[in-house]
Design a binder for this molecule. Structure first.
Ligand code: M6P
Ligand code: ZN
Length: 200
């Protein structure tokens, strides 16, 4: 287990502006096979995942001590691609500490941050280079890469004890999806939004 970074010592860490990768840390990778059930077009998913279990995104968890006075940060590199007409995206999550915010800063690429609170309110902000996005406390959040040929690279910061609650999103998904329609990113209602299960 990598030793948790304590609060006591400063440190610097490079994140490459073009690739988002850090020579000083090991990224966590999410492959297509980690995204089962996350895409609305199940047939397209089943077909593509057996052809090539591609890396959809990778991100850094620096193992910062999860206490409220600490901040966790890093980059997410979301690669270009689609499952059917749905763009590559992160899984999306609420925070275990629900009322904690998150900040994103887009270094490269184009896409959106899809957000949804427990009352079903949806907020969507555009990512493009130099844009920062504020995720209010209480909102689940998912990055979506709408470029066909370059990664969406964002830098994120959140309270180190926030934690990640994937359950609600894995069970129900987001109410809205962003798909490619007529060659353009298009927001649609999620045809598979699952209202049977209890909320978190
Ligand atoms: C962002 C941050 C991380 C998150 C990562 C991957 O970079 O919000 O906390 O882990 O995206 O997204 P997810 O956890 O939803 O797979
Ligand atoms: Zn988060």
């Amino acid at each position: 287990m990598v030793q948790k970074i304590n609060n006591k010592k400063s440190f610097s860490l490079k994140f490459d502006l073009l690739t988002g990768l850090s020579p000083g840390a090991i990224s966590k990778k999410r492959l297509l096979s980690d995204m089962k059930g996350m895409y609305y077009d199940k047939d397209a998913y089943e077909k593509i995942v057996v052809e090539k279990d591609a890396v959809v995104y990778e991100f850094y968890d620096l193992n910062i001590n999860p206490n409220p006075e600490n901040l966790s940060f890093g980059t997410t590199i979301l690669y270009p691609g689609k499952v059917g007409d749905e763009y590559y995206m992160t899984k999306g999550h609420f925070h275990d500490e629900l009322n904690t915010a998150e900040i994103y800063y887009c270094l490269r690429g184009f896409g959106y941050l899809l957000m949804e609170d427990q009352q079903g309110r949806t907020e969507i902000q555009e990512f493009k280079p130099s844009i920062s996005v504020y995720v209010p406390p209480g909102f689940a959040h998912r990055s979506i890469n709408t470029s066909n040929d370059e990664p969406l690279i964002t830098f994120f910061v959140y309270r180190a004890d926030a934690g990640h609650d994937y359950k609600t999103i894995e069970e129900k998904g987001f109410r809205k999806l962003i798909i490619e329609k007529g060659g353009q990113p298009t927001i649609i209602d999620n045809p598979k939004w699952n209202i049977q299960k209890t909320r978190r």
